[in-house]
Design a protein around this ligand. Structure first.
Ligand code: 5RP
Length: 226
């Protein structure tokens, strides 16, 4: 039996062509893609340059011998491959389960094509069932939380580790609040309204950014949402 995340990742990596500048995502599914790209670099001599969306992915890509660059060195990326926490209507996504949503969104917006790779659990309905991560500035964050609570009652500061009293800090020194919305009826409107809160840096709703979503299955087949 194959790992559905790896199945999706290997399918997506077929879209990586020689000479491309690519974005690489964060999380367990993106890790399979990094490995598959690394194998192609080593075995086929594939020539790519990559921008990583987190320090974890950057380290992994370096271990696999994938040449890394800073996003500021390029105008745009040809292709980015990343995972998602939930996939909803019109290819809206919830991302940020791994805490990298800000860099992931900057990289997604800079990419001509964004391929999302998942297993089938990521398309459970209703959209919004997965907590929505929001990256906030630590300064005055409890006041920012109160504003977030106007949208849903359960808004939790993400801890560094499950029982840690310390908050999780992103690569950019931000806190993450996880909003337990249960359902999101209008993702673009919610994204816009949350971003109006001063103190909110980015929202883990990716609307209009994904070009393709690939779901992998244990038997090796892939289903695509266009
Ligand atoms: C990280 C992300 C990940 O893509 C998302 O959390 C999915 O992770 P996984 O592939 O481990 O299920 O958005 O910030």
């Amino acid at each position: 039996m194959l790992d559905p995340k790896e199945v999706a990742a290997r399918e997506a990596v077929k879209a990586v062509k020689d000479g491309m500048t690519i974005g690489i995502g964060t999380g367990s599914t993106a890790a399979f893609a990094i490995r598959a790209i690394g194998e192609r670099v080593k075995l086929e001599g594939l020539h790519v340059r990559a921008v990583a969306t987190s320090s974890r992915s950057r380290e992994m890509a370096a271990e696999w011998g994938i040449p890394l660059i800073d996003l500021c060195e390029v105008e745009a990326l040809d292709l980015t491959i990343d995972g998602a926490d939930q996939v909803g209507p019109n290819l809206s996504l919830i991302k940020g389960g791994g805490g990298a949503l800000l860099r992931e969104k900057i990289v997604a917006q800079a990419s001509r094509e964004l391929i999302i790779i998942c297993d089938e659990t990521k398309r459970q309905m209703p959209f919004g069932q997965h907590p929505l991560p929001v990256a906030v500035v630590p300064f005055g964050h409890t006041l920012t939380r109160r504003r977030l609570e106007r949208f849903c009652q359960k808004v939790l500061l993400r801890p560094k580790a499950p029982d840690s009293p310390e908050p999780y800090l992103t690569d950019d020194g931000l806190y993450i609040y996880d909003m337990h919305m249960e359902t999101i009826a209008d993702p673009p409107q919610l994204e816009q309204r949350l971003k109006q809160i001063v103190g909110v840096v980015e929202v883990g709703l990716f609307n209009g950014l994904a070009s393709r979503v690939l779901f992998g299955f244990h038997d090796g087949h892939v289903e695509e949402l266009l």
